[in-house]
Ligand binder design. Structure first.
Ligand code: DX5
Ligand code: ZN
Length: 218
């Protein structure tokens, strides 16, 4: 199964509820929530109050992507407001194994994200505890950037590692995904596709459906 996870980073926050309803009805599977702290990445986006508030308007899977330093400090808070999946960056955690255990203890799916320059080997020893691996295909911090092509090779690497370990793990790709290049990620083995600007710029309903039509061919 292939899932579409629109990132609301590119949404119009003035009419966020309405835009959530559109992607919901058009077939979005997850809602991807990019939390940025202005330290791990340059930008500050949004945090708990926004997530808590929109939890009331959709029952879709909340895929919370934490681009924050030492996210361990906030796992309990994100659990409380309804996160279904929590992604932390390998580069932002001093004790990644402990943080993953913390997420799992809360009964939430755990995912680790790797920046473009971070090798897949960073997660080799903790992969058994993960529900998903997120391959960043741009440098995190902003929507609307262009896909860094070598990141596609990292999907193939994660897939191969999962096969060796006999693990059934989701592989998410985030950054620069469009209907024109998404096949590269799908062919490589990704099954959760994040798309921000390619969903929210222009006709949101048509954009969502375009991705889903491509997925249906796989
Ligand atoms: C980037 C964020 C992404 C971003 C994707 O740091 O993690 O989720 O919103 O946006 P697009 O799809 O426009 O590259
Ligand atoms: Zn993201």
């Amino acid at each position: 199964m292939i899932y579409l996870a629109p990132s609301i980073l590119s949404a119009d926050f003035n009419i966020l509820g309405e835009q959530l309803r559109i992607i919901d009805e058009a077939g979005a599977d997850y809602i991807h929530l990019d939390v940025m702290d202005g330290m791990f990445v340059p930008q500050i986006s949004f945090g708990m109050p926004i997530i808590k508030s929109i939890r009331k308007s959709t029952d879709k899977v909340f895929d919370v992507h934490l681009m924050i330093e030492e996210p361990d400090r906030y796992i309990d808070d994100f659990a409380k407001i309804g996160a279904d999946i929590i992604t932390v960056h390998a580069e932002a955690c001093r004790h990644l194994d402990r943080t993953i255990n913390h997420i799992k203890e809360k009964g939430i799916k755990a995912c680790v994200a790797l920046n473009p320059a971070t090798p897949v080997s960073a997660i080799e020893y903790i992969m058994d505890s993960l529900d998903m691996v997120l391959i960043m295909s741009v440098n995190p911090g902003f929507g609307g950037q262009k896909l860094i092509p070598y990141c596609i090779d990292k999907i193939v690497e994660v897939k191969a590692l999962a096969q060796i370990k006999n693990l059934d793990i989701d592989i998410e790709i985030d950054g620069g995904m469009t209907p024109d290049n998404v096949s590269l990620a799908l062919d490589a083995g990704a099954n959760v596709i994040v798309a921000g600007s390619a969903v929210f710029n222009g006709d949101i309903e048509a954009n969502t459906k375009k991705f889903k039509q491509i997925f249906a061919k796989y």
